[in-house]
Design a protein around this ligand. Sequence first.
Ligand code: ATP
Length: 235
Amino acid sequence: MLKVEGLNAGYGAVQVLWDVGFHVEDGEIIAILGGNGAGKTTAVRAVTGLIRPMSGSVQLDGVELCGKKSRAILDAGIVQVPEGRQLFTEMTVYENLELGAFSPAAKARLPESLKECYGYFPRLAERVGQAAGTLSGGEQQMVAVARALIGLPKLLILDEPSLGLAPNVVDDILEVAYGMAKRQGLSVILVEQDVTKALGTADRGYVIENGRVALSGTAEELRTNEHVKRAYLGI
Ligand code: ATP
């Protein structure tokens, strides 16, 4: 469903990504792995149009999106949960969730989508009227994921969901993403520094080092790869 090829991208004249390529199928979860500053976030920013790639191709279901504006890419069905969540902290949980329904289809389905999200994250149902800024970090991440799902994405991008959160909250979030992928065919890109967690959830993964894809394979292949074990799993 998503096919990225020959992606070169960066900031101003500084190139960060070199000839990056990866693909995601319907209902598949891929992990994009790598250390600090490897270029993972830059890769997803290039996919979502937050930065304009220098060159390359980003195709969703055969439609070229490279160079399109982020709004057009969102409308095409690619929704990102950004690193750091970016909620409207003064607004209530409900108001934040409502903002996820940006398309007519998502607006029409909002009551059902909300019910589903409260099912996935019961804690949100108890806090609908509370200002989002007063929630715990884990609850805020749940709002961010729920808001993205309310947009009815074809492809959900989770950028560092484990950042600063308790492991059980991260597990809950990954479980929801896994369920949506396997039951409803949602495709997921999981950007993670926590390689153990990422490979525990993903079907396949790509390791980015110095802005290039250094390795790719199934989760099992990567878990047992000597370089991955040494560099990322500490074994
Ligand atoms: P982390 O896991 O630490 O977030 P990452 O793999 O996501 O790392 P990126 O955020 O993609 O890494 O950063 C890759 C490189 O691009 C880094 O050298 C970083 O300093 C640089 N970079 C990121 N954002 C910008 C920006 N807005 N302007 C200039 N350089 C940037």
